[in-house]
Design a protein around this ligand. Structure first.
Ligand code: FDP
Length: 340
């Protein structure tokens, strides 16, 4: 019998145990972050269950329509937002929430207020819900800048100030990927236990990848460096094999594959969308934070993505993230263009 493997199966590292272990390395910690995280995890379990049932919606009534009991069905992204807002507020550890679903930031009332600001997209890739493609929740956590007073500037900090970031992917399995600034770890939901178990410890992205991931339908509007990079992926002149194209169109799924297999994910600026499509606070920053923690890079076409200072909560930015060497190539193409 392989006793080491048996021990692995019976000595389960749940996400709660993992975070408490991390917390014990900081004797001054009062456990506030662990409490906040347990509320985020609860939200993810709820959304996972709702997404799994989405295929049955036709039986019980389509989202946005009325079900057989005559009740209005909430759209999944609206429902997910409600779940996360309530879970985060009830943690008693948050002060400002920025959600993709809400135009304005939510300032938590004083009696429930804590020191963390959470930026999140409750259900990213939601155009994929109806065809059963993997979608996810993305989040990032900041600490109030100073004192007890919470102001909008507290969430308009550069991404490098984030304390933690992560995503939960609702796919063939439910995977939670988290970084608190010292590496990146992945947990998979064991539905029989209702617990996330550490399955991907210390994720490191390959230094160079064999995959590029982009919506090529936008190619006619790309700028020079993006077009040159994609051309290089397909027709490399240095004798290396061409890269494969994989594009799901759901950021969490595309970034998850990029982290595990390597390569590069890009959503560049184009003539139609000069700032790109993806949102700085709850897409670009958390994913860039995770990418750097895994040993990769993230670049906007001008600067390191985590150095960006957002001016508005729903601001957008172009993004190129992935394997270190692949992003270096993109940076070199932008540098060459600037020189020319
Ligand atoms: P969606 O519109 O389905 O919500 O920002 C949202 C997002 O999906 C990302 O998850 C995804 O990477 C991107 O948009 C896909 O955009 P395109 O359809 O333009 O390729």
């Amino acid at each position: 019998m392989d006793h080491a493997a048996e021990a692995m199966k019976t000595d389960l590292m749940t996400i709660t145990r993992f975070v408490l272990n991390e917390q014990s390395k900081h004797p001054e910690s009062r456990g506030d972050f662990s409490i906040l995280l347990s509320h985020i995890v609860l939200g993810c379990k709820f959304v996972c269950a709702a997404v799994n049932k989405a295929g049955l919606a036709k039986l019980i009534g389509l989202a946005g329509e009325t079900n057989v009991q005559g009740e209005e069905q909430k759209k999944l992204d609206v429902l997910s937002n409600e779940v996360f807002v309530k879970a985060l507020v009830s943690s008693g550890r948050t002060c400002i929430l920025v959600s993709e679903e809400d135009e304005e930031a939510i300032f938590v009332e004083p009696s429930k207020r804590g020191k963390y600001c959470v930026v999140f997209d409750p259900l990213d890739g939601s155009s994929n819900i109806d065809c059963g493609v993997s979608i996810g929740t993305i989040f990032g956590v900041y600490m109030l800048k100073d004192g007890d007073e919470s102001r909008l500037e507290d969430v308009l900090q550069p991404g490098k100030n984030m304390l933690a970031a992560g995503y939960c992917m609702y796919g063939s399995s439910c995977t939670f990927v988290l970084s608190t600034g010292s590496g990146l770890n992945g947990f998979t939901l064991d539905p029989s236990l209702g617990e996330f178990i550490l399955t991907h410890p210390d994720i490191k992205i390959p230094k160079k990848g064999k995959i590029y991931s982009v919506n090529e339908g936008n190619a006619k509007n790309w700028d020079g460096p993006t077009a040159k990079f994609v051309e290089k992926c397909k027709f490399p002149k240095d004798g290396s094999p061409a890269k494969s194209l994989r594009y799901i169109g759901s950021m969490v799924a595309d970034v998850h594959r990029t982290l595990l297999y390597g390569g590069v994910f890009l959503y560049p600026a184009d003539k139609k969308s000069p700032s790109g499509k993806l949102r700085v606070l709850y897409e670009v920053f958390p994913m860039s934070f995770l990418m750097e923690q895994a040993g990769g890079q993230s670049f906007t076409g001008k600067e390191r993505a985590l150095d960006l200072v957002p001016k508005k909560i729903h601001e957008r930015s172009p993004i190129f993230l992935g394997s270190y060497d692949d992003v270096e190539e993109i940076k070199a193409l932008y540098a060459a263009e600037e020189k020319a």
